[in-house]
Design a binder for this molecule. Structure first.
Ligand SMILES: [Zn+2]
Length: 215
């Protein structure tokens, strides 16, 4: 069975992502080396998107630390939108729960990255799965997903990606940023760039404009 079919809910998808350690190796030194680096989670995400019909490639920004880039068909000549979460997490020092357990309790999923940004990533991947390749291809915009490495320290992944022209027109980028509430479960969208805001970069959306961002 395809991985994307075997995972039957966005919660299961998030738990699966949390269970793949991807701690940024330049961050908290309290994390075992085998739990560091983005390779495994990049491959998981890449395989998932390939099964959905995207053309997937990896760009190894640093050894064992790739960006994963997935372009959906049908985007040629259209304005582009970039879905850009990050693959890495901060360290696990001092955590009082299993950092890579993906435990589900009282309607919540626990673990490192469950919020920042594997929650975001799961939501994006699930939305793409829900739309499906044909409907994505029929959109007025081209859709590309990039999972960035190294975003928690210095952003080498997004810097690497930004060096090359991505498409004819500068893309809009959608990030979903966790808000600062410790108990928050939701993300707010942040749009940047041209496709979504004429020729001006767009600022962040404000949480108060997004009822889903607050409980
Ligand atoms: Zn983050």
């Amino acid at each position: 069975m395809k991985m994307s079919t075997a995972i039957s809910s966005v919660g299961d998808l998030l738990a699966a992502l949390v269970r793949i350690p991807s701690v940024n190796p330049e961050g908290d030194p309290g994390t075992a080396a085998e739990n560091c680096g983005e390779q495994r989670v990049a491959e998981f995400v890449g395989n998932y998107l390939q099964e959905l019909g995207a053309a997937v490639r990896y760009e190894e920004v640093e050894p064992g630390r790739p960006n994963v880039i997935a372009a959906f068909p049908g985007g040629d000549g259209k304005p582009a939108v970039l879905l850009g979460p990050h693959l890495d997490t901060v360290g696990v020092g001092g955590m009082s729960i299993a950092p890579f357990g993906g435990e589900r309790r009282d309607g919540r999923i626990y673990g490192r990255g469950a919020c920042d940004t594997k929650g975001t990533m799961a939501a994006m991947l699930w939305a793409l799965r829900g739309l499906g390749t044909e409907r994505i291809a029929a959109l007025d915009i081209g859709v590309t997903f990039v999972g960035f490495m190294g975003e928690e320290t210095g952003q080498p992944g997004s810097r690497h990606f930004a060096k090359k022209p991505f498409c004819e027109k500068p893309p809009g980028r959608i990030r979903l940023r966790p808000n600062r509430r410790a108990d928050q479960l939701r993300h707010r969208p942040q749009t940047q760039g041209h496709a979504l805001a004429g020729n001006h970069s767009a600022g962040s959306s404000r949480a108060r404009l997004d009822p889903g961002a607050r409980r």
